[in-house]
Design a protein around this ligand. Sequence first.
Ligand code: IPM
Ligand code: MN
Length: 369
Amino acid sequence: MRLKIAVLAGDGIGPEVTREATNILRAVAELGGHEFTFVEGLLGGVAITATGSPLPTATLDAALDSDAVLLGAVGDNKFNALPPDKRPEAGLLQIRQALGGFANLRPSIAYKALSASSPLRPEVTENVDILFVRELLGGLYFGAPREWNKETNEAINTMRYTRDEVVRVARVAFELAGKRRKKVTSVDKANVLEVSQLWRATVTEVAKDYPGVTLEHQLVDSMAMHIMNTPRNFDVVLTENLFGDILSDEAGVITGSLGMLPSATIGGAVNLYEPVHGSAPDIAGTGKANPLGAILTAAMVLRHSANLEQDARAVEQAVHQVLDAGYRTADIARGSQAGQQTVTTQEMGKRVHQALTESIDRRQSMHAV
Ligand code: IPM
Ligand code: MN
């Protein structure tokens, strides 16, 4: 298996967590005899500082020429005063658009070992396994017109969706639900917004092609509450762009930390992989960042771009094992609980690497006999 991966580590903790993720990918390649090559590029604040643009042409070309793009994080307080289209985040939105992936998959699962890291009671989070399918190329993020008119003191953003944009992302949600617990919860604000009425009507229509999957609709405000009260009721949660942005951060509470959440964006020319967390400039370079979101994102690269399902699971299993053994980065450490050890970003990466190597070795020696 050959795979060319563009690595855009970005700002803040991006580079340190991405390093641990690429180490894991290198280990999988080496142990399985695969050829993974890595090409680095600048994106976000580091790109603005170096070139003046948050998405330099060289980065875009490298990304389009790769089989998968692995992103760290973008965002730097230094650029807070700039308008949205000049900020580091603009580079992220531009590359999402250029790569064309419209379905952003954000799994949110509860780890048994982390039940004390969530403010929710263990009996609420137990066995939670939600997959958000967030539409990534439409809605308020990209709709025109958009402007802040300083003369009239008026600002405008546009929430716009076409039927086709809803159909294609809904199909992804139903396909995935078919392989899981066969339920799709579609989120909207159909009691107020025309866009949501189109969304609801279209999703209802698409559902007819998937008779084995149950569809329910939830209004986004009550959904925000249900995710905290009864997270176990949800399987695949389908949302438009901004609702998915908000609800997927909320779902980080179930796992215990946003630092645990991976994502993959599929459906375009090149798949894009990024942890859900941001650049966390306050802890950059301190060794406190949690690399598990990035490492689990690497597992999604294996699953969705390399078709190495077994290796993807081995990485996820290795993460479970390291958490079960009591290793914690600062964000998921809870006091001085017995049997727990707070480790740095790098040490956490090393532990996962070790657990993974052992499990792949075991698998290979089983095949050898
Ligand atoms: C995310 C982030 C981005 C988004 C920002 C950094 C533009 O919050 O991936 O969830 O809003 O999509
Ligand atoms: Mn977000």
